[in-house]
Design a protein around this ligand. Structure first.
Ligand SMILES: [Zn+2]
Ligand SMILES: [Zn+2]
Length: 310
């Protein structure tokens, strides 16, 4: 078996297309796919300052490396945005990974912590938490998005890029269906800006399978974090992930089909757009309701932990 592009030794077979590639051509194909996605959805513009959300996990390190490679031709600037959720014994390692790559590429990094922003870290916020009320990942996700927004403001970026891949996108779409959240289906259109988050947010990996991002990271020598988050509890999402992976084994390309269906539905629904934002009555951030998600979540934590801000 030979690489269809260069005739070199076969390394990887893309099951859904039958394409056989050597390691170098596989890596090149991921860079190329990312470039095409950026251009297909007009994600980045000339002169943009792109804040790359880098947790230090393999996906975000891969995104940073690829955007950096593309930035010379595309003429945009990069900054690294990192959130320290405050999870003892877990977060330090990935923050080191993110700092090392930032330094290697000669970029600026802004780190924002939950502690400085909310007065408590994730360890504290989850100490009380009852699984029946809300999953740890959805709570942490609300805080993290606001923290990334804050880092973006400090770094003065014009757009935020996150490493969400095709699998993440399709999982979210399916979960919105399962929750009956039809409005949210429209908001997942890559051209729509979420009311709660006024800065443009883009997902340059949204057309790339998770396993291919992982393989790219591996071939690029990017570090893998040894431990996973101790609070990882995604509930339904992990069931949806397993189900989609099973489907893909029996029907190669099924995830691509689902992505295209999701995009097409989202673009039809997004005509109505997300509701016009109103300022949150507590923090003033643009919000879709009177109280933004972050403030509601903070209140929940404060009630349960009797936390009083100084
Ligand atoms: Zn090749
Ligand atoms: Zn608020």
């Amino acid at each position: 078996m030979e690489c269809v592009r260069c005739g070199g030794g076969a390394y990887y077979t893309r099951r859904y297309s039958g394409e056989v590639l050597c390691a170098a051509c596989f890596k090149a194909s991921i860079v190329e796919k990312t470039r095409k996605t950026i251009s297909r959805f007009s994600m980045l513009r000339y002169g943009d300052k792109v804040g790359v959300a880098v947790s230090g996990g393999k996906d975000s390190l891969a995104l940073l490396r690829i955007l950096h490679a593309l930035s010379e031709k595309k003429r945009y600037e990069l900054a690294v945005l990192t959130v320290d959720e405050g999870v003892e014994g877990y977060r330090e390692e990935s923050i080191e990974h993110s700092a090392a790559l930032t330094k290697e590429l000669g970029l600026e990094q802004v780190v924002v912590s939950y502690k400085e922003l909310y007065g408590f870290d994730l360890d504290h916020a989850l100490a009380w938490k009852d699984e029946r009320e809300i999953s740890s990942c959805s709570m942490c996700g609300v805080f993290r998005r606001r923290a990334i927004d804050e880092a973006a403001v400090r770094a003065r970026v014009t757009v935020i890029a996150t490493a969400h891949n095709l699998d993440d996108y399709v999982q979210t779409f399916m979960m919105n269906l399962m929750h009956g959240d039809v409005d949210r289906l429209g908001w997942t259109d890559p051209r729509v800006t979420d009311a709660d988050f006024p800065l443009r947010r883009v997902k340059p990996f949204m057309e790339i399978y998770e396993e291919e991002v992982a393989l790219y990271a591996h071939l690029s020598g990017l570090p893998f974090q040894s431990a996973s988050c101790p609070y990882m509890h995604e509930g339904l999402r992990s069931e949806v992930r397993d189900y989609l992976n099973e489907l893909e084994v029996g029907h190669p390309g099924m995830k691509n089909v689902l992505l295209n269906s999701a995009l097409s539905i989202a673009s039809k629904l997004s005509v109505s757009k997300s509701p016009s934002p109103v300022p949150c009555t507590l923090c003033g951030h643009p919000s879709s309701a009177g109280l933004c998600n972050v403030c509601r979540m903070k209140q929940l934590v404060e009630q349960h932990t009797k936390y009083t801000p100084e």
